[in-house]
Design a protein around this ligand. Structure first.
Ligand SMILES: *Cc1c(COP(=O)(O)O)cnc(C)c1O
Length: 372
């Protein structure tokens, strides 16, 4: 079976974690500090604060950026549910804005309309929580301009985009604050883990307090915080992974180029794009096809695992229907959710694996041509 995702762990990670076990310091300690400093330098920000996963990184980031009860936060309906749930954790109100059909990221045009509508309704948006989906940066020039025009801060969910860049700047450096996930399937993994990044000393200090029980001194607590800390075990693995991230991303990109070259002329198949100025890190290589479910079944029967990421836009999820979002129409997200299919692209795949994926996709389509 050619798997859709596979953590790339080797002797370096084993040694790093073993050294931590031998050191006797297994909770948050020197490895977490080192991982934070190295990750901040890699992204190009002043501060990075490690967390126990990407979801709580989002929660702490939103709180630290000042998102509170009743605040409107505009986000994408085409993302993992954690993105919008983090807004709910703050008592704030997610407002979904439709996506671009080519990039699957927030559409700047739709965003401008959504922000204008909120302003007219007397409930201007506090923040835009964008997602660099599948490893492709959002159109940051347009989004930063539109958000600033409407007085909304920008928060970046970079959970799928470690090392992705826009006009030479890494994602996570554009907004007030950004977050990463190190879940097992992500481009860089610590099993579970996350990171908050920011250039603001004030936001960084608030995040540090929020992730550690609101602590200002050993047993002095200034605010209602949480235990969202990372362990040294995870941080040691993260440091070993970070040293390999560039190679991982280059391999993902090479795999994506190989797939796109072989799939370019397949009728009915829409391939991922990399707009000018974007450095895509292909967390997912996502295609669209009108017979998506049949294609997925064909690939599975032929030993290739795929993923429908995501089958249900957030406003149509049972939880969000229950909250009253179900009647909203976001046609692009809804159409895309019916057609997307993610093909294997991870760095553990060989050239032969990639050729097999491409050939099997081609065989599905040619089997359906009358002359084939
Ligand atoms: C993975 C992911 C998260 C959540 O991260 P966890 O570490 O799994 O909690 C949030 N947003 C997006 C877009 C993700 O892909």
């Amino acid at each position: 079976m050619i798997r859709l995702a596979q953590p790339q762990l080797g002797d370096e990670e084993i040694k790093a974690v073993t050294d931590v076990i031998r050191s006797g310091i297994i909770a948050s300690g020197p490895q977490v500090r080192r991982f934070e400093e190295t990750f901040a330098a890699y992204v190009g920000v002043r501060h990075a604060i490690a967390t126990s996963n990407g979801t709580v990184a989002l929660h702490a980031a939103l709180l630290a950026a000042g998102v509170g009860p009743g605040d409107r936060v505009v986000t994408t309906p085409f993302t993992f549910v954690a993105t919008a749930n983090a807004i709910l954790y703050c008592g704030a109100v997610p407002v979904f804005s439709d996506i671009d059909p080519d990039t699957y990221n927030l559409s700047p045009h739709a965003l401008a309309e959504t922000l204008a509508r909120l302003k007219d309704a007397g409930t201007p948006a506090k923040a835009v929580l964008l997602v660099h989906l599948f490893g492709l940066p959002c159109d940051m020039t347009s989004i930063m301009a539109v958000a600033s025009e409407h007085g909304a801060i920008v928060i970046e969910d970079c959970a799928q985009a470690h090392g992705a860049a826009y006009n030479g700047r890494r994602v996570g450096t554009f907004g007030t604050v950004g977050t990463f996930s190190f879940y097992a399937t992500k481009n860089l993994t610590t099993g579970e883990g996350g990171m908050v990044v920011t250039d603001s000393d004030e936001v960084a200090q608030r995040v540090r307090q929020l992730v550690n029980h609101g602590r200002i001194d050993r047993y002095e607590h200034a605010l209602l915080g949480y235990n969202y800390r990372m362990t040294d075990l995870a941080a040691a693995m993260g440091l070993a992974q970070l040293a390999k991230l560039e190679q991982f991303n280059l391999k993902r990109r090479a795999n994506a180029v190989r797939l796109s070259r072989q799939l370019a002329d397949v009728p009915g198949l829409v391939l991922p794009v990399e707009p000018q100025g974007c450095y895509h890190v292909y967390h997912q290589y996502t295609v669209r096809h009108p017979e998506r479910d049949e294609l997925a079944r064909w690939l599975r029967e032929n030993g290739i695992e795929t993923g429908v990421i995501y089958p249900i836009p957030l406003h149509k999820q049972p939880l969000y229907r229950e909250l009253g979002y179900g009647d909203q129409s976001l046609p692009v997200a809804e159409e895309v959710a019916r057609q997307v299919l993610s093909l294997p692209v991870h760095p553990g795949l060989t050239e032969q694996d990639i050729n097999t994926v491409a050939e099997t996709v081609r065989a599905f389509v040619s089997g359906r041509l009358p002359s084939a």
